[in-house]
Design a protein. Structure first.
Length: 424
């Protein structure tokens, strides 16, 4: 609790100096001394006394307003201090929790590694243990990133030391090169002939460059290219990382340095989901049309195979075959147009029903303008957007079989900045 007025409230000190007044505040007299005079103003634990002849009404009103401002500013200051204390306590407890979780997690990882090395395990058991180990590793990485985020929030002491940028970039490239090699990505490092020394914290510089380069390689398709360049100016250096990946939409580029923000790459989510669907179907193929598994084997698994997994293949082949059949004279234009309109209209109807449920039951869109925009969007969705998604899932079908069912390592990098098309 703040008892004395903060030092930066200079206007109150000026009032006490200029006028014959005393302020009684939370049991304290300001300025120090006996409490004398006529009480002009009192509100809660704050009162103002005037010594001498009564002041004019204008002076009394001005003093009243000044005291009210003093009270409100002081209360805001107290709330700020309470909030800071609460944040510090929350950060301390969270840091303690993260530290305590690491020990049992290490035990779990150790047990999983030993179990995977056990001879005679069935293949299905090994696959389940491998999935559990991957999940535990992801949790371990998230804990580490959370601890780093807490350190950043509490302030980081940066060292000032001479750093060889050329050596730093070589080391980062050597660490990332195995990942690039596995994906068939050409990693190119372009360095100047002259030396490149700067002053800074080598550990944090290394981590920053590693994060950006790792993102660049991770999001670049197989067979792509990534280039790292050290640019030399008259009295400064710059690092540029470019790749042949999908890039970040322009409307999201301003948010790439927000903590835990992950920018969307066009089609990436749908591609991964579809590869994951095929992996699940392949790993559990014994359940397909198997009455032993009840409705799951007879209804759910066949549905995901025929409609979700093979649906995009049929859809894309249909788009490709339409103009081909038209050229060969094998297409009935009237029926094809009606069927296309029916299919697209059915999709629009489902979207409108979903909007109706959101509006009527959940009351999420009270504004009429919002509802009208939502009713218009399904028409735009079926004219290009759904076709792009179908193409991504179509490509994912062949990618997953080329990789024998592997849909990629889903490593979450919560605190690292997402890559841009060209990094500078």
């Amino acid at each position: 609790m703040v008892k004395a007025p903060p030092a930066h409230l200079g206007f109150l000190a000026e009032v006490l100096r200029r006028y014959p007044v005393r302020v009684f505040f939370r049991g304290e007299v300001l300025p120090e001394g006996p409490l004398r005079g006529e009480k002009l103003f009192e509100e809660g634990d704050l009162a103002l006394y005037w010594e001498g002849p009564p002041p004019s009404r204008e002076v009394q009103e001005a003093l009243r307003l000044l005291l009210q401002v003093f009270r409100e500013v002081l209360e805001l200051k107290e709330r700020e201090l309470a909030l800071l204390r609460s944040q510090e306590e929350s950060a301390r407890l969270l840091g303690l929790l993260l530290h305590e979780i690491k020990n049992p997690l290490m035990s779990v990882l150790g047990a999983l590694e030993l179990a995977l090395e056990t001879e005679g395990l069935p293949q299905e058991g090994k696959e389940l243990l491998a999935i559990a180990e991957k999940s535990a590793r992801r949790i371990q990485e998230l804990l580490q990133k959370a601890q780093e985020y807490l350190r950043l929030g509490q302030g980081v002491r940066l060292k000032s030391e001479r750093v060889d940028l050329k050596a730093l970039l070589r080391q980062v490239a050597d660490e990332i090169r195995p990942l690039a090699r596995r994906k068939g990505i050409q990693l190119r490092l372009v360095l100047p002939k002259r030396e490149a020394w700067v002053y800074g914290d080598r550990e944090w510089l290394y981590q920053a460059v590693l994060n950006v380069l790792n993102n660049s390689v991770k999001y670049t398709p197989e067979g792509g290219r990534v280039a790292v360049r050290l640019l030399v100016g008259q009295d400064q250096y710059g690092m540029a990382i470019s790749d042949t990946g999908p890039g970040i939409p322009q409307e999201e580029q301003a948010r790439v340095f927000e903590p835990f923000y992950r920018a969307s790459t066009r089609g990436e989510v749908e591609n991964r989901w579809h590869r994951g669907l095929w992996e699940v179907l392949w790993n559990h193929r014994i359940m397909l049309f198997n009455p032993r598994y009840g409705r799951l084997g007879l209804v759910a698994m066949p549905y995901f195979l025929l409609f979700e997994a093979l649906g995009p293949v049929v859809e894309v082949l249909g788009y490709v075959s339409l103009p081909l059949f038209a050229l060969l004279g094998l297409l009935n234009p009237s029926f094809a147009l009606l069927f296309l309109l029916f299919a697209l209209g059915y999709g629009v109807l489902l979207s409108h029903l979903a909007v109706g449920v959101e509006t009527l039951l959940l009351k999420r869109y009270p504004s009429l303008g919002e509802r009208l925009r939502l009713l218009l969007l399904p028409f735009l969705e079926v004219l290009g957007y759904l076709q792009v998604l179908a193409l991504e899932r179509f490509l994912a079908t062949f990618q997953v079989w080329r990789k024998r069912g592997v849909w990629g390592e889903m490593r979450r990098k919560g605190l690292e900045p997402s890559q841009e098309k060209d990094h500078a």
